[in-house]
Structure formats: C-alpha cells, structure tokens
Design a protein around this ligand. Structure first.
Ligand code: DGL
Length: 259
C-alpha cells in the first residue's frame, strides 16, 4: 500500500508548484499528477461545476490506485474538498490561502490576497478571513485572466505585466506588507510580482505547508513509502503538454489524457 502513488490534481499546470514542494520533502514517494487544463480556469465556474470536475479528477486518480489525494488547487479545495472527504475514504489534502500568518505578522495592518473568483467567493474562504480580519485591511483581488495566460505559456508577456500592474496597484496604495497567493498557478509569478511591489512586502503561499501536511497525514495513516528506491512520477494533461513540461524543472514526459 505504501508504494502506491500520491495523486495530485489541479485545474491545470499550477499545481506543479505544489508537486515540487511535495517531491522536495518526500523524494521517495511515487506520484501521479493530473492537470485538467482543458477545463481551466475553474475560478469563474460555479460551485457545482467545480465539484463535478473535482469528482472526475478524483475518480481518475483513484482508478490509478493513489493512496492519498492532494487537491493542489485553492478553488477546488475551497469549493469541493468537504464533499470529496464525505464521498471517498482515502485521505485528502487541500490548499487554502495562507491568511493566518499574513494577518498575524502584518505590521502595517494591511494585507493583499490575490486569488480566483471561485476561492474569494467560497464559504471556506469567508470563514477563515473573518477569523483574522479584525483591525486589518484586507485587499481581496481576483486574478482574472492570469490562469489563462499561464496555461498558454505566457508567464512573461506584456499582457501579464499589464494584469499584475492593474491588480497590485490598489495593494501598493493600501500599504500592504504581505501578499498572500491564493492560487497554485501564482508562485510561478513571484519574480514578476516582486518587481511590482515594494521590497518590504513579503509574498507567501501555502506550498510548503501542504507538503508538510501531506507527510504528516501519510505518517499518521502508516502510508509513508518504506524503501529508498528512486520514485516514479507520471504527469498527465488534457491541455498543452509542452507548456506543462516547460514548468517542470527536471526532464519529465507529460502524457496527454482524455476523461
Ligand atoms: N490553480 C488553481 C487554484 O489554485 C487555479 C484555479 C483556476 O483554474 O481558476 O485556484
């Protein structure tokens, strides 16, 4: 059982930022990554559509014998993870914007959150935000259009520069000292985000925390792989396989799949 792979899914290529953290922390674990790029972005879709797609991704990963599933997508986590946990017995790890550390450590008492519409409008997001919002200005910004550009291989493009400038301007004006990345695609933008923000602004995402949580849950369920053999990693995308391969630092092959 412990040799079974960890399954990871996202609406597209963004969750590879989470795969990297997991692989770094758990180098001997086998993994299967699923990018549902054909249906990206999930953000503007309604809750039910996000649930249906999350169920499809989960079923495919379970068919491939995964022992645990990482929902490497804030939008799918905030809208669908409770239902996935109700429906399936395997452990699920989700990802949510790291509001807590930003709120607790902010000195200027202003923080920015860049996330998708689906995440910002979710109940889970509202519940977490209301726990930490007292005495704080929270600038919530929908990253409309960003996921599409990344999915199309346009991380460094004039269109991206324009969107980031537009979205970060109100945050700069509000004197934020933390920017929380609430979408797993966004860590790929960190070098550019830094250029648009004053030096003292810290950019945080939840990738490392997700990897630590994955390890803890595997350990608790006695599912950590025991051998130290080199692990196997399979990547699947139903969108542009070249874009996805270009984001993976090692030379992995990305396979095309259809539901
Ligand atoms: N990577 C997904 C997330 O973390 C992107 C969502 C989308 O497809 O809009 O929310």
């Amino acid at each position: 059982m412990s040799k079974q792979p960890i399954g990871i899914f996202d609406s597209g290529v963004g969750g590879t930022s989470i795969w990297k953290e997991i692989h770094h922390l758990l180098p001997y674990e086998n993994t299967i990554y699923l990018a549902d790029s054909i249906n990206a972005p999930y953000g503007p879709k309604g809750k039910q559509a996000i649930i249906d797609l999350s169920l499809k991704n989960t079923q495919l990963l379970l068919k491939k014998n995964c022992k645990l599933i990482v929902v490497a997508c804030n939008t799918a986590t905030t809208n669908a993870i409770s239902l996935l946990r109700e429906r399936y017995t395997c452990p699920f790890i989700g990802i949510e914007p790291a509001i807590k550390p930003a709120a607790l450590n902010s000195k200027t008492k202003a923080i920015g959150i860049l996330a998708t519409k689906g995440t910002l409008s979710s109940k889970l997001f509202h519940t977490t935000t209301s726990l930490y919002s007292r005495g704080l200005t929270i600038i919530e910004q929908e990253g409309e259009g960003i996921v599409e550009l990344i999915e199309n291989g346009k991380i460094n493009s004039p269109e991206m520069t324009f969107l980031l400038e537009t979205y970060l301007n109100p945050m700069r004006k509000a004197n934020i000292d933390y920017l929380v990345l609430g979408c797993t695609h966004y860590p790929y933008l960190i070098p550019q985000l830094r250029k648009h923000l004053p030096k003292q602004v810290k950019i945080i995402d939840s990738g490392e925390a997700v990897a630590r949580q994955t390890k803890a849950v595997l350990r608790k369920n006695n599912l950590l792989v025991r051998s130290k053999n080199s692990a196997s990693h399979q990547f699947f995308s139903n969108g542009n396989v070249e874009v996805m391969a270009s984001l993976l630092s090692e030379n992995f092959e990305v396979n095309y799949f259809k539901f």
